[in-house]
Design a protein. Structure first.
Length: 118
């Protein structure tokens, strides 16, 4: 009996880890919208107004592969570029928007996120 229980626990841990179930309640710091860089505040306004967006990749599905945000079904999150002055490309700054009107800011290309408090 104990070997079955041990096997069940190991399977649950392995599958739960693979699916990211242990990270459902991810702790994310907060940032006030007024404290964001001007470009991020502008991007937030564009998201709220459904554009127009300056980058063709704005609004694409954000996969949350790093599992740094709460787990949701695929397509729940969309990502938007925050312009980086002096950058020749899209840079590392993004706002990720969830369907429930939650917004997350990253300035290090998805390594860390802060939830935006409006």
């Amino acid at each position: 009996m104990t070997s079955w229980l041990r096997l069940l626990i190991i399977a649950w841990l392995a599958f739960g880890s693979a699916l990211g179930l242990a990270r459902e309640n991810v702790a994310v710091d907060w940032v006030a919208a007024a404290e964001l860089p001007y470009e991020a505040q502008r991007t937030l306004v564009l998201i709220r107004n459904n554009g127009p967006f300056p980058y063709s990749r704005d609004g694409v599905i954000f996969g949350n592969y790093e599992k740094r945000l709460p787990l949701r079904q695929r397509g729940y999150y969309r990502e938007y570029t925050v312009k980086t002055p002096g950058s020749r490309d899209r840079g590392a700054r993004r706002i990720v928007a969830g369907r429930a009107d939650e917004f997350y800011y990253t300035d290090d290309h998805y390594r860390t996120f802060r939830r935006i408090r409006e």
